[in-house]
Design a protein around this ligand. Structure first.
Ligand SMILES: Cc1ncc(C[n+]2csc(CCOP(=O)(O)OP(=O)(O)O)c2C)c(N)n1
Ligand SMILES: [Mg+2]
Length: 943
């Protein structure tokens, strides 16, 4: 550096920066760098800047160009003589040297605002570019026609044109050259399509001959005769087509990461061969603002998921306007992903820019490209070539000179990278060949590309669903659709003849890639499930030993893991709560999955239950991420379709952090026909002691109600749970039903009774009589309904009522209010539609047909649960439940506070009898006193 220092110092003196030059020598590079950086970052500014400093800054600017040119030329010569590795090494050393010399280099994870794959390293495009352009144009047209036609028939039916319009090239390069289908020999790539781009995906399937004209015509009108197409990717509605529901934004990136990770899990556990299959996830740039989108990107790099590729369609716009009008979303995403050690490939500029960039030997153009904020770029999209010349190139005469030979129209037509198949191909190829980590492609596009006046680049484009006649003709002409002026305004769907060169090419490409995508199929074989022994011990009870249902569940899990048929298929998933649920013994027995095994000696290696990580470990210990765990649950629970492997996930978590926190993922799982068991641990507002307001769950069974294919159970006893899980595995994995289960488990220990009589049907249907009153002579009668741990309170109330008040009560275990409710509404509906025929009787009504007395229900959840089945009961129902905020307290106090304990069940029963005129007011008064109930205690619902 000595030579540079003296040269620099001398030149500065010669150019008038005397003061600064005097400091040359040991400090000069630091000072100069500091000032230059300060200028670049805009920090050396403001009224306090004195004249001397101003002179120094001017001096730096004067020398900057010459000096920088010299450095750039040196680098070029190293690059030429020794190659990029040596050049990179020199830069790395320079950076280290500068740091040691005390230069505070600003941290940046950004590269210049340029294509990552330089033009000179671009691979040859292997396809027929012109033909692919024609095919893509037809798809563009049909996608647009689908939305425009649907909205002509039914005003406001909606649909999106501009998302696919911006993403067409990104998808078509994928379809023609990259997305490999699932075949007998190869598992296929997995593609998460951006939900709002679905019209384009349908339009392609139409050209492929996979969707009919009728189906396209009925886009967003699925209930029409002949069927239609769902608005977005919904496997529930189109189970042979869509695999992944992606339209709730932010879910698919997270699901894709965990899917890629799960693919490796299956490989490392020897359940499927290792392949180079990829998981592709297409997202919007606006979508990346969802916390889930970037929330797990470090997992992907930590796990070295080079089977994962994100493609972010950076059209710089979201629904309302620009994603980062005042900034640069692409650079922001680049630094986030690079910081997380992803391979980032930017595809910003199309081929038309290459010759201009080549002429720019000083790097001025790339510098200029990095200066504009996205709002300015958006403005350029909607502006004329003259405006582009003036406002983009016009910032510097040297830039203007670069484009001088080009007419304005050519400037307007300089394509962006995401619309240039060659650039996109180069990026995809680099992505699939990248080893050692995940790749994100940041592709710059224009929202509403090709819509012209109808919305290209405009803020309103996301909502555009209608085009006028001129706009349609314009679009037709721009993309060369063979329709005349009058035909095209009818927006007909257009498919060339089967033997046309376009259709032949498109089919040939897909054939070469193994078949069509997206396509969902189920290839797993049903399980046999002859293993009653597994469940026997739970049917027999705990012989007086006090255990919680959580402990019983863990014991079941342990047994299932040892089972010859299902043992390998069980996937325990836990978000850093294994110890909470007493599952730590499984660490040792089946191991915690780690793609690298265990590189350290665990601190507790000398203990029996040490923390064992293993490459073939079975437990997915996800750390503190319910969303990530749920994404693993989804990958494991859909493996029967994605991989043809019947893995059975058991995801156990703090129940309050389930539906309450990640219900949208659960909804997506339902849509995806995911199978498996969600276990809501430490559940119940009063059963989880001490944890207070944010942990105590009295909500989840209510929040489980809306998910149609989810069975929700709140069992009290181990045998109930065994019946539910055994039957669940049978229904899902033997009979192939598209169900999944939510079972709450609690941490309150009590003796688990043996199963008496044939109560299986009752357990599964939602209720059965668990203890009949032995007091046959009593005149006062009652039916008590308890669920989960609160069943014990009902049983205690039964005794109090019998011994103290002469009331004979039967006790029912209500295992599922959701089942009872669904059964009731189904019967009601059938009866409404079949008036005059023999009416169906809801199961609740059947159960209580001969059950005498007043009716009282108590659960650890909101009162709405029992209330919703009350109308099918023979008489009025009194409901006790835990509406309100939780408290940090012990169980007894909590149950007293929420009025769900034996005392309050007793009081409610006596009150019902009083209301019916069966007992005197004095009995009630005395009971209040005896039971120690204060009529003026705070109302738990509002306090
Ligand atoms: C979770 C969620 N919130 C809001 C929406 C509504 N929405 C649909 S598309 C859209 C804008 C999408 O912008 P971007 O992700 O940039 O995609 P683009 O259409 O620009 O490709 C919004 C807000 C949604 N689908 N999901
Ligand atoms: Mg966008």
């Amino acid at each position: 550096m000595a030579a540079t220092e003296s040269k620099l110092g001398a030149r500065m003196a010669a150019q008038g920066g005397a003061e600064l030059a005097a400091q040359a020598g040991a400090q000069v590079d630091g000072v100069v760098e500091g000032i230059v950086q300060g200028i670049d970052q805009g920090v050396v500014r403001g009224p306090g800047r004195d004249m001397e400093h101003e002179a120094a800054v001017q001096a730096v600017h004067r020398i900057e160009d010459v000096e920088i040119q010299e450095w750039l030329e040196s680098l070029d010569s190293v690059l030429e003589s020794s190659g990029p590795e040596v050049a990179a090494e020199i830069l790395e050393r320079l950076r280290a040297h500068a740091t040691v010399a005390g230069i505070d280099l600003p941290f940046t994870a950004n590269t210049p605002y340029a294509n990552t794959v330089p033009a000179r390293l671009e691979p040859l495009f292997p396809g027929d570019q012109e033909l692919e352009r024609r095919i893509k144009s037809l798809i563009r047209w049909n996608a647009l026609a689908m939305v425009v036609r649907a909205n002509r028939v039914e005003h406001n039916i909606g649909g999106h044109i501009s998302t696919y319009a911006s993403a067409a090239t990104l998808y078509e390069v994928g379809f023609n050259h990259f997305f490999r289908a699932r075949t007998e020999e190869f598992e296929g790539d997995t593609v998460y399509f951006q939900g709002h781009a679905s019209p384009g995906i349908y339009a392609r399937a139409f050209l492929e001959g996979r969707l009919s004209l009728q189906e396209l015509e009925n886009f967003r009108r699925e209930l029409k005769p002949g069927g239609g197409l769902s608005s977005y990717p919904h496997p529930w509605l189109m189970p042979d087509f869509w695999e992944f529901p992606t339209v709730s934004m932010g879910l698919s990136p997270l699901m894709a990461i965990y899917q890629a990770r799960y693919n490796r899990y299956l490989e490392n556990r020897g359940m499927k061969p290792a392949t180079d299959a990829k998981v592709w996830a297409f997202l919007g740039d606006g979508e990346t603002d969802e916390p889930e989108s970037l929330g797990a990107i470090t997992l992907a790099s930590r796990e070295k998921l080079d089977n994962l590729i994100f493609v972010v369609n950076c059209n710089l716009q979201r629904l309302d306007g620009p994603v980062r009008g005042n900034g640069q979303i692409i650079q922001e995403l680049e630094s986030a992903f690079r910081g997380a050690r992803w391979n980032v490939i930017k595809v910003l500029w199309g081929s038309e820019w290459d010759p201009i960039l080549e002429r720019d030997t000083e790097g001025l153009l790339v510098k200029r490209m990095g200066e504009l904020v996205d709002g300015e770029y958006q403005k350029l999209v909607v502006s004329s070539g003259a405006y582009v010349r003036e406002h983009f190139f016009g910032s510097d005469p040297r830039l203007l000179a670069l484009v001088e030979p080009l007419p304005d129209e050519a400037l307007r037509r300089l394509r962006l990278g995401g619309h240039d198949p060659r650039k996109v191909y180069a990026a995809y190829k680099a992505a699939v060949e990248h080893k050692g980590g995940p790749t994100v492609i940041l592709a710059r596009t224009i929202k509403g590309y090709g819509l012209g006046e109808a919305g290209e680049g405009k803020n309103v484009t996301h909502q555009q669903k209608k085009l006028n006649e001129d706009e349609l003709r314009e679009f037709r002409s721009r993309f060369g659709i063979p329709l005349n002026d009058s035909d095209c305004v009818e927006v007909p769907f257009y498919r060339p003849a089967e033997d046309s060169i376009e259709i032949q090419y498109l089919r040939a490409r897909r054939e070469a890639l193994g078949g069509y995508v997206p396509k969902r199929s189920v290839r797993s074989k049903p399980l046999v499930l002859e293993h009653d022994d597994l469940w026997k011990e739970f049917f027999e009870g705990s012989e007086g030993r006090e255990v919680s249902t959580t402990m019983a569940f863990v014991q079941m899990l342990r047994k299932m893991l040892k089972d010859a048929e299902i043992g390998k298929l069980v996937v325990p998933i836990v978000p850093d709560e294994a110890r909470t649920f007493g599952m730590e013994s499984l660490f040792r027995t089946v191991g915690i999955y780690s793609s690298v095994g265990q590189r350290y000696e665990p601190v507790d290696v000398n203990t029996l239950l040490y923390y064992k990580e293993a490459k073939d470990g079975q437990i997915l210990e996800e750390g503190i991420t319910e969303a990530g765990s749920m994404a693993s649950f989804i990958a494991a629970g859909s493996a029967y379709a994605t991989h043809g492997i019947n893995t059975i996930p058991f995801f156990i978590y703090y129940s309050m952090f389930g539906f309450q926190r990640i219900a949208d993922f659960i909804w997506a799982a339902a849509d995806m026909r995911v199978r498996g068991f969600l276990l809501g641990g430490t559940s119940g507002r009063t059963t989880l002691a001490g944890e207070g307001l944010q942990h105590q769950d009295g909500n989840s069974h209510v929040l489980a109600l809306p998910v149609p294919n989810l069975k929700a159970y709140d069992p009290a006893y181990a045998y109930e749970m065994a019946v539910i899980i055994q039957d669940g595995i049978r229904r899902m994995y033997k009979d192939g039903e598209n169900l999944f289960y939510y079972v709450t488990v609690m941490n309150e220990p009590y003796a688990m009774p043996a199963m008496h009589g044939d109560v299986r049907e009752g357990i599964l249907r939602g209720m059965y009589r668990v203890r009949e009153s032995q007091n046959k002579k009593a005149k006062l009668r009652a039916q008590l309904f308890g669920s989960g741990a609160i069943l014990n309170e009902a049983l205690r109330a039964q005794e109090i009522l019998d011994t103290k008040y002469g009331v004979a009560a039967d006790v029912w275990s209500v295992t599922s209010y959701k089942e009872l409710y669904n059964d009731g509404i189904e019967a009601e509906r059938w009866n409404r539609l079949h008036a005059g025929e023999k009416a169906r009787v809801p199961y609740v009504t059947q159960c209580l047909a001969d059950a005498p007395g007043v009716l009282v229900a108590a659960s650890d959840y909101l009162k709405t649960l029992p209330n919703m089945i009350a109308k099918w009961m023979p008489r009025r129902l009194a409901s006790l439940g835990t509406d309100g905020f939780g408290r940090s307290e012990g169980r007894a106090s909590l149950r007293d506070f929420f009025e769900v304990d034996a005392k309050f069940i007793t009081l409610a029963t006596l009150h019902e009898l009083f209301s019916d005129g069966k007992v005197e007011r004095s009995v009630l008064d005395k009971a209040m006193k005896d039971l120690g109930i204060n009529a003026d205690k705070p109302n738990p619902v509002t306090s």
